[in-house]
Design a protein around this ligand. Sequence first.
Ligand SMILES: Cc1cc2nc3c(=O)[nH]c(=O)nc-3n(C[C@H](O)[C@H](O)[C@H](O)COP(=O)(O)OP(=O)(O)OC[C@H]3O[C@@H](n4cnc5c(N)ncnc54)[C@H](O)[C@@H]3O)c2cc1C
Length: 494
Amino acid sequence: MAGAFDADLIVVGCGPVGVTMALLAARRGLRVHAIDRSTEVYDLPRAIVMDEEIQQVLRDAGVEVDDITTPLVGAEFVRGDGERVTGIEIPPGFVLPSGLPPAVAYEQPELEARLRAHAEAAGVAFDLGTEVTDIADDADGGVVAALAPAGGAERHVRARWLVGCDGARSSVRRRRGIAFVDQGFDQRWLVVDTWLRRDVDLSPFVQQICAPERSVTFVPGHDRRRRFEFLLHDDETDAAMTAPARVADLLAPWLTPADAEITRAVVYRFHALVAERFRDGSVFLAGDAAHQMPPFNGQGLCAGLRDAANLVWKLDLVHRGRAPDALLDTYDAERRPHAEAQVVHSADAGKLIEAIAGRIDHGDVSDLLDAGYGAGRPFPKLTTGMLVPGPDAVGRPFPLPILGDGRRTCDVLGSGFALVAADDPRRGVDPAVAARWDEIGARWVAVGDDPWLAGLLVDEQIALVRPDRYLAAVVRPHDLGRVTDALALDPTSA
Ligand SMILES: Cc1cc2nc3c(=O)[nH]c(=O)nc-3n(C[C@H](O)[C@H](O)[C@H](O)COP(=O)(O)OP(=O)(O)OC[C@H]3O[C@@H](n4cnc5c(N)ncnc54)[C@H](O)[C@@H]3O)c2cc1C
């Protein structure tokens, strides 16, 4: 009884993950009700780095960020005396085949404000200054949220689905009885943001400075922003460590008060937590509500935006009756192990800092070394879910090169499924199988002999690319029917 619902999707929490979720869903035509107890964007310093995949998610959401980002030129783990243990350098101006830099620095509140403006323009119904006080299953198979607007009377909103994007203390998660699995990391760090008043000779690289007396993270931010994070010892109180004189003292090896203004100094507790499930009936968890990780790899928010990109196209297909409800189970199957691998990697990066500093014995440093920048631990990929295992590229984002004729692959693929081949992708495909893909609006795309895709598209193989741009399968034309069956997209297959 979808018509009886007030919305197709309720998003609880309008932080960056909730707003991106709402924006992506609205762009696909879902009616979205987005709720936050705060009326303003949270303005304390948090995320500062995003990778290529997330820049692509934003590009797909119609959000340009070139003017509010600065490409990073490298990252390293160094000893207290500055000697590099492991690191990676990116030549200035380097871009990946997509035309995007591997990683950029930005300011989270600036990005959030832009996301909100886009979501409003896309038709998301914002309900700000409103707390979600309860959620319950609805008799019609949806969910009903009790809302308490500041100073107003309680009201209810019913929707087919609800996503809890309500941050680390998620009440949606608690109300559904979903526990966190602790991956074993708990440290307090003081985060200090500065704004350079004049040019200062600071490292161009993100640095984990693993000094025995105190570990420090340095991040060259967008524009004149420079971030320092200081590991706090157990006996150092938040109040004492955020006192202006103490903060100036900590910054003294790098900056004097004449060099830079201190814009914020806040203590955070870095955890490594993953929710035991990301779906509970009509309710999903995303972002910090589902996973939290120490920020050493700059991946917390990136993981949350991956959640949004993964879930929304599935909701859209089920909403339009083009896929069974079981497709929504693949959200947990795909995103939870992926996020968990990132949580573990980020925690290991924190342990590596301690091991290099020689402060805490985490065994042999070499056991953890692969967790350092450029030191070899592979980025996680999807291994289960809506895919058919094959070459290593399956389960990873599909390369999106700028093609020889100047077209961006992402524009050519569109926002749905795409069947990609070097030459005519329909050649050799059973017309009845082709019709099933036509039915869900898939595009058949010939990309020519692009060097970045050549390795995948040998022997007339077809790359099956999902709406979130992950590679679901690589298949010979005659085998597409079997692969299509295996993906269980048929709405009657549930
Ligand atoms: C120091 C630091 C550095 C970081 N650096 C990076 C980085 O470089 N790169 C990166 O990718 N990530 C980084 N992160 C992580 C990143 O900041 C978080 O992952 C991200 O902010 C999570 O976004 P979210 O939308 O899930 O949650 P939040 O931003 O916490 O938003 C949750 C929203 O839910 C609302 N809410 C909560 N409860 C309710 C309720 N009951 N009713 C209504 N509304 C409610 C809140 O008001 C809030 O607006 C960093 C984090 C920290 C602390």
